[in-house]
Ligand binder design. Structure first.
Ligand SMILES: *Cc1c(COP(=O)(O)O)cnc(C)c1O
Length: 232
C-alpha cells in the first residue's frame, strides 16, 4: 500500500527546498495531483491528506470518477483533447492545460458559450521539438496568443510543456527555461501578463520550480506507479 500522506510530506519538503533555492514563495507553486488510472477511492484518500487540486488526462475516466469525489475538489484537464470531448471537458474541468490548436480553441469557446462558462486555458508548447509530442512550436505560440482575443469565453493563463523523458532531472532544465522565456515573449506580444507556467512532473519538478513553474503535475511520486493502480 502506498502511503499518500508520507509521499505528500516528502514532496512538500522538496517543493519548499526548491523554492528556497530559487528565492520563490511556496505560495507561487500549485501542486496538481495526477490521479489518472487511480480510483475515486484513492482520490478521496488524497483529499483527506489535504490535496484539493487534481489532474486527469482522459475525459471518459474523469466523467465517471469526478462525481464520486468530494465536491470541493478542483479538476484540471492535463491531456490532449479531441474536439468530440470538448463538451464534457468544459463541463467537468476548471482549467485546461494542453490546448494545442486554434481549431480546438474554437470548439472549446463554442462549448463554453453554451454553458455560459469562462474557461482558463494554457497553450501546450512543444519546446523540445520531439515528433512524439503535441503542442505549438515556440514560434507558433507567440503568433497565436493574440488569436485568443477572438475567443471571449477562453482566458489564456499561460503555457504548458512536457520535457523529454530522461532519468536525469537536470536535463529538463533547458526546456523549462525556454518555456519561461517564451512566456515573456508571449506577454510582450499580448501586452498582458500570463500568470501560469505548467511544467514539471514526478521526475523533474524541482528543476521546474527553480525555472519558474507555477503548476507542477505529480502522479507517480504521490500515488506510486500507475501499473499498480486498482491492485490493492
Ligand atoms: C501522467 C501525467 C503527469 C504525471 O506524471 P508522473 O510522472 O506520474 O508524475 C503529468 N503531466 C501529464 C501531462 C501527464 O499526462
Amino acid at each position: 500500500m502506498v502511503d499518500i500522506a508520507e509521499n505528500l510530506a516528502q514532496v512538500q519538503q522538496r517543493i519548499s527546498a526548491a523554492c528556497e533555492r530559487s528565492d520563490r514563495s511556496t505560495e507561487e507553486v500549485q501542486l496538481v495531483a495526477v490521479g489518472k488510472k487511480f480510483t475515486a477511492q484513492v482520490i478521496r484518500e488524497a483529499a483527506d491528506c489535504g490535496l484539493n487540486l487534481f489532474g486527469e488526462n482522459r475525459v471518459q475516466e474523469a466523467k465517471i470518477k469526478i462525481p464520486d469525489c468530494p465536491g470541493h475538489l478542483r479538476w484540471h484537464f492535463i491531456g490532449n483533447l479531441q474536439t468530440n470531448k470538448c463538451k464534457d471537458a468544459v463541463a467537468l474541468f476548471d482549467m485546461l492545460h494542453a490546448v494545442d490548436s486554434l481549431h480546438l480553441a474554437e470548439e472549446l469557446n463554442k462549448r463554453c458559450e453554451q454553458l455560459a462558462k469562462v474557461m482558463p486555458v494554457l497553450l501546450e508548447v512543444n519546446v523540445s521539438g520531439e515528433g512524439s509530442k503535441h503542442g505549438f512550436t515556440p514560434e507558433q505560440a507567440i503568433e497565436v496568443t493574440q488569436a485568443f482575443f477572438d475567443f471571449p469565453k477562453l482566458e489564456l493563463h499561460g503555457l504548458m510543456t512536457m520535457a523529454p523523458f530522461s532519468r536525469q532531472a537536470e536535463s529538463a532544465r533547458p526546456y523549462f527555461r525556454k518555456l519561461r522565456e517564451l512566456k515573456s515573449d508571449c506577454e510582450k506580444k499580448l501586452g498582458a501578463p500570463l500568470p501560469e507556467l505548467s511544467m514539471g512532473m514526478s521526475g523533474d519538478y524541482e528543476i521546474a520550480i527553480e525555472e519558474g513553474a507555477t503548476l507542477i503535475r505529480l502522479g507517480t511520486t504521490l500515488f506510486g506507479p500507475r501499473s499498480q493502480a486498482n491492485k490493492d
